[in-house]
Design a binder for this molecule. Structure first.
Ligand code: URA
Ligand code: SF4
Length: 200
């Protein structure tokens, strides 16, 4: 169990992306279409970390291209974060779902799956080494900030990662879409992104 033994000898983003295509570090590769690796500027100031690819991401092979990605794109623009300054990835690189008729229903990754996949995320973090890492939801928080971190309590608060670099946790953009009051949820999400955008 674990992605570590699938990591390439040469550590670069293109080499990682290629090697991740063949990862069997947990069982999630079996039912998914393909590995959805991170994407974006290799020298990005902002790294965005989600949970796992969704249905559309699984088909297209790129992160945040579905409904949650559209919420994210709008909020990034409104927060003044340029898409070119961003690297987007997920804590878990394969789509986990349950078939229901013709649909595929998202299922939450387990702690074991998050841990198995973490070597990819850690390698991306080391290479991109962003100044600001936006942690989108509880799964990404678990992967990056540990089991004791509570997004609901500490969202929007910069957490130091190294000298001059921070994490900022917020809710997942899918949670905005599921919220009883979408406008209110979106405003909170945008406020957290605005904090991240304004960091020194
Ligand atoms: N949700 C995520 O966490 N990541 C994606 O790439 C898409 C939806
Ligand atoms: Fe490997 Fe991660 Fe996919 Fe599991 S989810 S097979 S660890 S890439």
């Amino acid at each position: 169990m674990g992605a570590q033994r699938f990591l390439p000898a040469e550590i670069s983003l293109p080499a990682l992306r290629e090697a991740a295509r063949r990862c069997k570090g947990c069982d999630l590769y079996r039912a998914a279409t393909q590995t959805v690796f991170g994407d974006g500027a290799p020298d990005a100031r902002f790294m965005l970390v989600g949970e796992q690819p969704g249905d559309e991401e699984d088909r297209e092979g790129a992160p945040f291209v579905g409904p949650a990605g559209r919420v994210l794109d709008r909020a990034l623009e409104e927060a003044g974060i340029e898409r070119e300054a961003v690297y987007v990835t997920n804590a878990v690189k394969h789509f986990k779902y349950e078939p229901r008729g013709k649909r595929r229903i998202h299922r939450k990754p387990t702690v074991g799956e998050i841990n198995a996949c973490r070597p990819w995320l850690e390698a991306e973090m080391r290479l991109v080494d962003p100044e600001v890492t936006l942690v989108l939801g509880a799964t990404a928080a678990r992967a990056l900030l540990g089991p004791d971190f509570r997004v609901t309590r500490h969202r929007g608060e910069p957490v130091p990662r190294r000298e001059g670099a921070y994490y900022v946790a917020t809710i997942h953009p899918s949670a905005v879409l599921r919220a009883p009051d979408r406008d209110e949820a979106y405003s909170g999400f945008l406020a957290d992104l605005t904090v991240a955008a304004g960091l020194p």
